[in-house]
Design a protein around this ligand. Sequence first.
Ligand SMILES: [Zn+2]
Ligand SMILES: [Zn+2]
Length: 420
Amino acid sequence: MSKVSFVAGGGANSIGRSFYRLKLGDYHLGVDWGGGYGSIYDEPQYDGPLDALLISHGHHDHATMVAKLHHRYPELKIFATAPTRDLSILNWRQTIKKALGLKQNPPFDGYDVERTLSMIRLFRVNEELKLNDEISVFPLPAGHILGAVSFLVSYQEEYYFFTNDICFHSRYLIDGAPSFRFERCRLLIRESTYINKDVGDREATKQQFIAAAAKVIERRGRLLVPGLSIDRIQDVFGDLYESGLWPIYIDGARKPTEIYLHYLDGRASSLGKALRFRNERERMQFLKSRQPSVIIASSGMIYPNTLSAFWAENLLYQKNDAIFIVNYQEPDGQGFLLKTAPDGKFIKWNDGIVQVRCERKDFNKSAHMDGPEGEALEERLNPDTIIYTHGENDEIDRYIASHQDKKQRIKALEGKEVEL
Ligand SMILES: [Zn+2]
Ligand SMILES: [Zn+2]
């Protein structure tokens, strides 16, 4: 067999700064170059050669730092689907804006964005991308967000499979990934976000979410759903709209919603019906009116002084209102505090103090495969070797310890080369 090796430059036994490099003979194939969650300058650590970079999807932890890569690799070929390119541009512009807001130097500027765009070549889902005479990549739908793909790489009659962030469950706007099946493959590089977690019946969770939302409106309360602006907001809107619940406002996430509308066409057309606030005055008027409604607002982590934090500040202390959490909350964040504070407690919120009295509920609307789905995938692809990435260190250890069989299972470690 030919010489193949793998290394992660980030996004290994932690989440953030994703970068993976597969060396196939003399060819250095990279996947993603993402931002981190520590500072706006976080990026993968890798300074070896790179011949091509594939972007798996437009999330921050996979695509943000691509915009500065041309300094290091001026001739790099970068490949992405069209929606991934468009969502990446949003992330790049947002990063610049965020840096300026923090009075910091942005990690890259408008020129870098333009230059990177000129290096991107688009590929299509399910269409073979020939990198040279020996290496082909098949981008397969990953069902994670709009434009997200897995990569099936073929090299000298062997297969190498990158799941990237993947979801097998179909949602309102995005179909789940198809269940691939091989006789055997040489290597599976898989994400491990929920490696040991059983998310349970996602359809049942969706129905519970809709029923709980309807109850808030019935009692003439107002419901806030903070959501990540790419995918979660659009998905939550779709589920509630389809159930007949109304009125529903979307506050923020305007550009990602436009991209969803553009690419999904008819399927997403309901998104165009979402009610909007045009300015601060309309938000204040709405609050005064006490109109029962759903507000889906951007900043899923409810960071201080974002739209969702503004709405939360106005609903948190009112017993009749509700806030439903639908994505992960990092333990240091305001969202985590909101989720875990006992009823009646005063908490620090934005720049003030507020008493927690509204109804709070947590729904796992994850767009990642869970433990049992990951096991089933390993079974179907039948890889000789599995490398675990994009997960928590201890969870990956626990999984490998409880899955001892003939397969070689390796936890990815940043900078540690794995020879196949
Ligand atoms: Zn993602
Ligand atoms: Zn990710």
